[in-house]
Design a binder for this molecule. Sequence first.
Ligand code: SF4
Length: 369
Amino acid sequence: MKLPSASYWPRISKCRLSGVKELWTEEESGEWAKRGTAIHGYLADVMSGKSKPLGNVPKEYREDCEAITTAELPVECEKRFVEQAFAYDVPTGQAVAFAADGHRGYSDAEDVVHGTADVVGLMADGGVCILDWKTGHHRVDPAARNWQLRVLAMAACVVYRADHGVLALHYTEDGWTDVAEFDAFDLAAWEAELRQMAGEISPDAPPVVGSHCKGCPAFRRCSAQTAMIRQLATGSNTIASDIQSMLAPETARLAYERLQTVKAALAHVERAIHAYAEEEPIALGEGRYYGPAPGPERIVNHEEVYQLVKQVSPDGAITDQLNTADWKTSKERIQKVFGKNDASKLIEILRQRGAIKKSVTIREYRKGA
Ligand code: SF4
């Protein structure tokens, strides 16, 4: 069976169904994921001792990277490897290490879990330290019971012949590092548990709903989620009262988790309706529609703006103020820098050159309005 990579195992440890790759649907890589990739690349360059690591970071994420407290390994290590990829063979417990080369895609081999550790340290006492950077605000499973770290540690211990070590999660937003130690007994228990979990991944596994459903690649095809969406769509739902009835001290946490799942389901429904309306405006009655409608004017060609502003302000002072060096500015900023009258002349020229156009947004509108 083709097994998911290490980062999916914290969710699989709670819901085996989420590990069925045949149920996965491609999710677009969102803005948050792109930011995470940029920060990981930056931290890898910092840890590798590259000069001017900010130089490789896309401009839009440089401020975020500058604000980061870069993590050192929480224990003293004699050697360290950045972006170290592993393949762990679940049935045999064998593992190999290979260079991740900065890309985070993995090949599909049977019964093997692939994964990349942000940093692996080899400790003076023969142990290994696995460090993973977390770039969002969201707290993941603690280091002491985090299956992403556990799988990476199991592979690293085979490759570097270690039987103990340290797991660490460093949260780049607030600089906190969550650290946990492990020993040979833990490794043996994890090995058995991982084998059991891998054997339980099946389309027939029961869905286990919880806050871990957020971001699940099987979400769209998950029977529990589709049933809930159907309930929401038909209006015959008792979801709100169900959640409310869980508001007792012993079940409040479950109520909160249920609410997060409902919110995630709603976000999926919203995206689906949005995509449908983009192709086919939805008639809402009384002349109202939900679909593509003219939105505010937007700059669509930043280079054209840059060239025009350079013509009227050749000394570069205004291009700097407009931040057009990376060709990104806004109509509002042009108005602020040039004043209302000059700005409207510039904006008119930009309209004629097709550099400013009316945008299209998906929203409610009235036909003919
Ligand atoms: S959405 Fe939740 S219940 Fe469904 S497969 Fe994913 S983790 Fe399991």
